[in-house]
Ligand binder design. Sequence first.
Ligand code: FES
Length: 173
Amino acid sequence: MKRCDKLAEVGRRRFLSGAFAAAASVPAATLLTERARAATGGARVDYPSNRLANVSELKPNETLEVAYPDDDAPGVLLKLGKRVPGGAGPDGDIVGFSTICPHKGFPLSYNSADKTLNCPGHYSRFDCEAGGQQVWGQATQNLPQYTLRVDDKGDIYAEGVDELLYGRLSNVL
Ligand code: FES
């Protein structure tokens, strides 16, 4: 093999090993998203309409744990007792939020005194009466709020989320 052929062969091997290393480092979420896109011919993946609970299960100003749009996305439903942005039901006071902090993914806890969801990580706070608006802390987006529908039997359905869930490239994979 001539010298320049050898150099070309070494260069080809380096290129291929770099390409495989790059492919191996693609996050699993990206691959799942790509798979979902491929499965739908590249179209947007619609949110499922999931029944989360019935109005009768809610107690005023207490969280009810749910998950949406899938089991890996924890959240809560709340009946706040007054009409609020994004509120559903006859009184417009039922809301739902993701409980994963959009900053670095810590689980949030509810403070019933001021109706905020609070992060133990770096102290971000989100106002449940104001559509999950961030009112303090290091997060750089508001808390993802569910789009809710309540039917005539009082069943509560989630049918969308208004912000990107933490750690995802797409809310619906
Ligand atoms: S993880 Fe919640 S503020 Fe950092």
